[in-house]
Design a protein around this ligand. Structure first.
Ligand code: HEC
Length: 117
């Protein structure tokens, strides 16, 4: 009997963990909020502006992001910030997951409450 209870709890625990882990990358969310939101709007709103191929193109074409932000000192500084350089791959994943045709819509939670700009 106790084995049954234990494995039930284990399965419940794994399910909860998986669900929580799947929602979205909150570290990427916070990083974008700090470095990009002042010009681009909330991270989900920003992600929705272009599709997955475009995100991939902007992030994986060397020098592209810098070129787009030419003359925008604040943006260029943020692109050089270690929080951006260290998490660039995570940010790209976040943007792609929430991009234009991804179909993802987010409701309220502690970080975000459905405002789109
Ligand atoms: C100081 C304001 C500013 C900040 C901060 C900023 N950007 Fe931008 N960004 C712009 C502007 C303005 C454009 C449009 C440039 C154009 O169309 O010529 C742009 C364009 C872009 C584009 C091209 C696609 C599009 O939506 O037009 C991408 C991708 C992008 N920014 C990514 C980022 C990322 C990632 C960050 C955070 C690390 C960031 N930006 C921070 C001002 C900013």
């Amino acid at each position: 009997m106790s084995k049954f209870i234990l494995s039930t709890l284990l399965i419940l625990g794994i399910t909860t963990f998986t669900y929580a882990a799947e929602k979205y990358d909150t570290t990427a969310f916070r990083t974008v909020t700090k470095l990009c939101t002042s010009c681009h709007g909330t991270p989900f709103y920003m992600a929705k502006q272009i599709d997955d191929d475009d995100w991939d193109f902007y992030f994986n074409t060397p020098g592209k992001l810098e070129k787009i932000h030419k003359g925008k000192a604040k943006a260029l500084a943020n692109l050089r910030d270690h929080r951006f350089t260290n998490r660039k791959k995570r940010l790209l994943k976040f943007f792609i997951k929430n991009s234009k045709f991804s179909g993802s819509v987010h409701g309220c939670d502690a970080n975000f409450c459905g405002t789109h700009h």
